[in-house]
Design a protein around this ligand. Structure first.
Ligand SMILES: NC(=O)c1ccc[n+]([C@@H]2O[C@H](COP(=O)([O-])OP(=O)(O)OC[C@H]3O[C@@H](n4cnc5c(N)ncnc54)[C@H](OP(=O)(O)O)[C@@H]3O)[C@@H](O)[C@H]2O)c1
Length: 300
């Protein structure tokens, strides 16, 4: 785990992390628990969630961990997950994400899998969490460097796409980011805040071993160590995201990422988001499209 994290004592604070059973989401959860937070693991597999919870407890004796079953690719699952949260959330980290090469892949509701999971799933979840969000809650959207190469067209977001799958992935992450910036604008005048953060280029072979999580052979680890000057482990990738969620110097509308070369690795720093994801027009149009596609209204 990155040793340089300057985070406050989080005792008494509760953070929901989606996709917390693997990769960056897992590390967000472990770091938060290490700093005293109660962490709710938002996961679609009960077994993988239990494995992650056990691993965190093994690393952080006395860790306060709960599990919220949620499949971000199912509006029914999202609605019941949101309704099941009975405690106040001080932060929500919208981390769960999927990169799919198959353009026919769909969510349970027939939405494009990447747009539906990465953006619309989190839109529907936050919209329905309602009063479970603390009056000064922070929401962090986990974006990506890929957003810079993406063109968001809200009207066609969930329609069949063509071209490289990376472009549609970038669109889905850009849409999540544009939504977070729009949410922050709509929360202006309240103590709530929405921010974006990205993990840089974060890979499993550079990530410390955790029982039951990603299995990486020693050969892969050895080979990957050559890339360490350029990329980082998922533990380090989690750092800017956790920073955005809880650090005192992070505020609504911020975008955090690794501060090193090309933002691939490094300690958390404020970084620059594209003009498109910060655009008010795009944010407003996306919001309307998201309400229509999910059938969920957002009371802000
Ligand atoms: N790694 C990078 O370099 C990088 C760079 C930029 C952005 N990101 C973003 O960072 C986030 C985490 O990436 P990662 O590298 O840690 O990926 P990962 O190791 O593949 O983990 C993805 C997590 O998302 C969960 N997830 C996927 N679909 C879900 C669904 N329908 N419902 C609930 N959970 C779901 C997965 O759960 P299952 O185990 O159930 O599949 C898993 O816990 C993603 O949003 C990704 O776009 C990563």
């Amino acid at each position: 785990m990155p040793s340089s994290l300057a985070l406050p004592d989080l005792t008494g604070r509760t953070v929901l992390v989606t996709g917390a059973n693997a990769g960056i989401g897992y590390w967000c959860a472990e770091i938060l628990a290490q700093h005293g937070a109660r962490v709710l693991l938002g996961c679609r597999s009960a077994g993988r969630a239990e494995t992650a919870a056990s691993s965190i407890r093994a690393q952080v004796p006395g860790a306060d961990i709960g599990i919220v079953p949620v499949d971000l690719g199912s509006l029914v699952s999202i609605a019941s997950a949101a309704a099941s949260v009975e405690e106040r959330l001080d932060a929500v980290i919208c981390n769960a994400g999927v990169k799919a090469a198959d353009r026919s892949a769909r969510t349970a509701d027939g939405l494009d899998l990447m747009a539906g999971t990465n953006f619309l799933g989190h839109f529907a979840l936050l919209a329905q969490l309602g009063d479970a969000l603390a009056d000064d809650a922070r929401v962090v959207a986990v974006g990506s460097l890929a957003h810079r190469f993406a063109e968001i067209d809200p009207a066609t977001l969930s329609q069949p796409w063509s071209g490289p799958s990376l472009r549609q992935y970038g669109r889905s992450k850009a849409a999540l980011m544009a939504f977070a910036f729009e949410l922050n604008r709509r929360w202006r005048g309240t103590a709530r805040a929405a921010l974006c953060a990205h993990p840089g280029y974060a890979v499993d072979p550079l990530t410390p071993y955790r029982d039951g999580l990603a299995e990486v052979s020693s050969t892969m680890r050895a080979l990957a160590s050559l890339s360490r000057p350029f990329v980082q482990g998922k533990d380090a990738g989690a750092a800017p995201i956790v920073h955005a969620a809880v650090a005192a110097d992070a505020t609504g509308g911020d975008y955090w990422g690794p501060g090193g070369l090309l933002e691939f690795r490094g300690a958390p720093a404020r970084v620059t988001a594209s003009a498109q994801v910060r655009s008010v027009d795009v944010g407003v149009e996306l919001w309307a499209v998201a309400e229509e596609l999910t059938g969920v209204r957002f009371a802000t």
